[in-house]
Design a protein around this ligand. Structure first.
Ligand code: HEC
Ligand code: HEC
Length: 325
């Protein structure tokens, strides 16, 4: 944080310096200095002013956001909540927050000790580090109140009130209050695991500027209270399954595909293909990772999330994907 603010102040200093230089060259007596110098210094001033503007916006967005107070909340931690939280977390969070192997790659397995540098792994390491957190009570969440943890999941701020780099881009703002609390209950119930690697965000000036400019996507601000649709084999509930199953995070809010962006290549619309399948074939595909007729899913398509779903959840997902979006 301090480093990026110092860089911002330095850039602002350069804007002033080049602005002054422009003024001086334009007033120079020799004509060629006036024209060439004025143009060059003027251009530099403009470029630097642009960098200062975007960087300033980034610093304001990330370090000084309009952060809401964490709700006053105590999660009861009933056995039902823990069971539900276990289902959800092992379906979705574990892909990123599971243990890492010796090379720092995620195993998708327990414990929830984190340590995966997703920025470096996914080819946007030029923004700095975004390392998944240790979600067990052995990590920094031990120092979070239930309300602060709820706010992190719903609105994407850490305890200090800084904007998180990656989490707000995931669809968890749309998890219901009950499911968010269930996840908190489960995480609190885990055995504490120590993790020595540094976790969390360490964004550089470029990363902060890009985040501020919304180049990674616009985070969902999240509302104070979210209720899930009634559980059942319906398109409405299937859409909710596609939220915590993360399908919507990659395939777009309506699971109709997304175009290429600065962050990721294009993701196809799975609906036409799924509509060709019977429910049985869909179950088979999502549980084995093998598409009928065209071989296994590539690694870019994490079918493992769906493979861990209950029959009812998968059936709801099928209804949703074969209904009108
Ligand atoms: C696609 C990868 C990914 C998934 C899936 C994911 N996370 Fe994260 N998480 C991250 C990264 C990266 C960070 C580090 C901070 C950042 O960049 O947002 C993080 C940080 C966190 C933090 C620390 C926030 C803080 O205050 O510093 C919590 C808590 C958390 N995640 C919980 C969860 C839970 C619960 C789930 C599942 C419901 C989940 N995450 C799923 C990538 C992920
Ligand atoms: C991390 C991003 C990501 C997530 C999460 C994700 N997908 Fe995908 N999915 C992809 C990509 C990328 C492809 C294209 C793979 C390829 O190149 O063939 C794909 C392909 C598919 C296809 C095949 C489409 C076709 O026409 O061949 C289906 C079906 C599908 N996804 C369904 C789902 C469902 C259901 C979920 C949620 C349980 C889901 N996906 C979650 C990235 C994702």
């Amino acid at each position: 944080m301090i480093g990026n603010i110092v860089i911002l102040l330095f850039v602002i200093g350069l804007v002033v310096l080049f602005g002054w230089l422009t003024y001086r060259t334009v007033r120079a007596r020799r004509r060629w200095i006036k024209i060439v110098g004025g143009l060059l210094a003027g251009l530099m001033t403009l470029i630097l002013a642009g960098v200062a503007f975007v960087g300033g916006k980034g610093v304001a967005t990330v370090y000084f956001p309009d952060v809401l107070d964490a709700p006053d909340l105590t999660v009861a931690g009933t056995p039902e909540q823990i069971t539900r939280g276990e289902y959800l977390a092992n379906l979705s969070c574990i892909g990123c927050h599971g243990a890492v192997d010796a090379e720092g790659n995620p195993s998708g397995e327990q414990p929830f000790s984190g340590g995966w540098n997703i920025a470096a792994a996914e080819g946007f390491g030029f923004v700095g580090n975004m390392v998944t957190e240790n979600l067990t009570p052995g990590g920094k969440l031990a120092g979070y109140s239930d309300g602060e943890l709820f706010r992190a999941l719903r609105h994407g701020y850490n305890k200090e009130g800084d904007m998180l780099g990656f989490m707000p881009l995931l669809p968890y703002a749309q998890l219901s209050d009950d499911d968010t609390e269930a996840i908190i209950a489960y995480l609190r119930s885990l055995p504490a695991v120590e993790m020595s690697a540094e976790t969390g965000d360490k964004l550089n000036f470029v990363g902060v500027a890009m985040l501020g400019a919304g180049m990674f996507g616009t985070p969902d601000p999240g509302s104070a209270s979210v209720t899930a649709p009634p559980e059942g084999v319906t398109a409405a509930y299937g859409k909710y399954v596609a939220t915590y199953g993360e399908c919507r995070g990659c395939h777009g809010p309506d699971v109709t595909g997304v175009a290429e962006s600065a962050m990721s290549p294009a993701v196809p619309n799975p609906r036409p293909m799924v509509s060709e399948l019977t429910q049985e074939e869909f179950f088979e595909m999502m549980r084995t990772g093998v598409r009928p007729g065209s071989g296994p899913f590539p690694e870019t398509m994490p079918w493992q999330n769906a493979a861990k779903m209950t029959d009812d959840d998968l059936a709801a997902l099928y209804v949703y994907l074969t209904a009108e979006p």
